[in-house]
Design a protein around this ligand. Structure first.
Ligand code: SF4
Length: 169
């Protein structure tokens, strides 16, 4: 491993290791193109997104609830995503965009367990095996501000094709 690689690894591991990522953000990372809520949020997500792309054996703890990205998000109120989830109601609300419900839906869809560590490549394999853009109506809720850009649909179809072509393991 080169010195620069070591620095990058130490930087990522200083955040938290295994990386803590909430389930629905596993999907959001696929088509991520540097869009986000604040400069700090984008810088943090870009760093992790790049690292995962280059290091597919990275360990990720998949969780329902607050993750490493939420900690840089202006909508995070004491660990709760308030974007589609008013703080005066019990968690989770019934809103289709409730972050906790989105996490649960994706875990069930992928057959992954909450609070469990996987290699990033195992997660890519699971997503490629069972998700393409047609699943987004179920998995992404109704109000994601980035869906209309089309990057997520494109990335999920590319990953699905890679699975079909036997390029994931
Ligand atoms: S459309 Fe939104 S919720 Fe769905 S994967 Fe993309 S960023 Fe995530």
């Amino acid at each position: 491993m080169k010195v620069n690689d070591d620095n990058q690894k130490n930087d990522i591991e200083s955040i938290e290791y295994p990386l803590r990522i909430r389930a629905h953000n596993l999907l959001c990372l696929q088509g991520y193109k540097g869009l986000g809520y604040t400069q700090d949020f984008v810088a943090h997500m870009t760093k992790i997104h790049s690292y995962l792309n280059e290091n597919t054996a990275t360990l990720v703890k998949v969780v329902i609830g607050e993750d490493t990205f939420c900690r840089h998000c202006p909508h995070n109120y004491k660990g709760r995503c308030t974007e589609a989830d008013p703080v005066d109601q019990p968690v989770p609300t019934e809103a289709p965009d409730n972050a906790v419900l989105m996490d649960r839906r994706l875990l069930t869809w992928l057959g992954l367990d909450d609070d469990t560590v996987y290699e990033w490549r195992q997660i890519l394999y699971k997503i490629g095996n069972s998700v393409d853009s047609s699943a987004m109506d179920v998995l992404c809720g109704t109000a994601c501000p980035w869906r209309d850009q089309g990057h997520c649909a494109e990335a999920l179809d590319v990953l699905n094709k890679a699975f079909i072509d036997g390029e994931l393991s």
